[in-house]
Write a new protein. Structure first.
Length: 175
């Protein structure tokens, strides 16, 4: 019985390592064709962050939602300056071996649904769930070995742990 369990454990570990390597190779391939970060004023987003860290601060006049993929990466999505569409917004987030954080203004109705495997999703806002009378932000998605967190903060307030703004690279000087 012990030999059987040892073999089974070896198979599970081997399969996990193989799946991790295959996933990393697929991420490297996908990174080459991932779309660039969308315009901050776009009402809908479609973004992919692969093996990197990114921050998008939306200023949309009528944010409807969109899709975000975070693969071996970190994504900070700041929706505090965005105005949600009157009908609400639907955002699909998929996080694999990474972390995604979404910031909203206090009081924005939030609902998170989806599945998590060896990870989790957490809504740390005090806001109620969206209703027909008060549509808000519906977040659906999937998390594998990663996390999704939704936080509420006032506009302009610093959020601890967020990806810092990147300074532009210095221009090459004379050699």
């Amino acid at each position: 019985m012990i030999r059987f369990l040892a073999r089974l454990l070896g198979i599970v570990i081997g399969a996990s390592v193989a799946a991790g390597i295959a996933s990393a190779l697929a991420a490297v391939s996908y990174r080459k064709k991932a779309p660039p970060l969308p315009d901050a004023a776009a009402d809908a987003i479609d973004l992919a962050v692969v093996m990197d860290a990114a921050k998008l601060a939306s200023t949309a006049a009528s944010f409807r939602g969109g899709r975000a993929i975070c693969w071996y990466a970190g994504l900070d999505l700041d929706l505090r300056e965005a105005t949600l569409d009157p009908a609400g917004a639907q955002l699909e987030i998929r996080t694999v071996f990474g972390g995604t954080r979404v910031a909203v203004a206090p009081g924005v109705p939030i609902r998170i649904s989806g599945r998590a495997l060896f990870g989790g999703a957490m809504n740390t806002t005090d806001a109620p769930a969206p209703t027909l009378d008060a549509p808000g932000l519906e977040i659906t998605g999937f998390t594998l070995f990663g996390g999704l967190q939704v936080v509420a903060a006032e506009r302009g307030e610093a959020i601890p742990g967020w990806v810092p703004e990147r300074a532009p690279a210095p221009a090459p000087g004379p050699a």
